[in-house]
Design a protein around this ligand. Sequence first.
Ligand code: 5GP
Length: 177
Amino acid sequence: MKKIIHDKTFVPFLTGKDIQQAVTRIAEQINMDYKGRSPLCIAILNGSFMFASDLFKQLSIDAEISFIKLASYKGTSSTGNVVTAIGLEAVLHNRDVILIEDIVDTGKTLSAFLPQLQDHQPASIKICSLLHKKEATVHPIKIDYLGFEIPNLFVVGYGLDYDGLGRNLDQIMQVEH
Ligand code: 5GP
């Protein structure tokens, strides 16, 4: 069924069942890859809260989770795009870090944040994203755990919003085109 949010019409794209299957598949991969280790998951708010929660419930390894917000602002021409991580209090040195994102679009946010994360000298960093808009790539990001490659169209639901609304949908909807 279609849904109108603000001024846009959205059509069904991924069902709750599709999403849960992807979550289970990713959790199984992480459980296998991190067997005997204790990774620290860092979920990037706001959009990833639902995905991070569902994924975390399915991790059977000794995993920890922490939540951060990334605030971006324009730096000087030499520094380019700058992001500040709010709430990054965990000690990352020598930790296996898994970054949890809702969607990688141009890759700008993560490409600005990853070097800062590297400065903390974690043992490893892996990226887990529910969605990836490959066609929108400006800054290529290697996604280690991915739910779905999706077309370059705006989506809402399952934590993702359109101007504040739509986060509570249990499915993901795509803007009608
Ligand atoms: P990037 O820096 O990779 O271009 O953008 C990443 C961020 O842009 C995501 O974390 C998300 O907040 C936002 N974003 C990109 N595409 C979409 C989309 O289709 N729908 C929504 N709701 N947010 C998006």
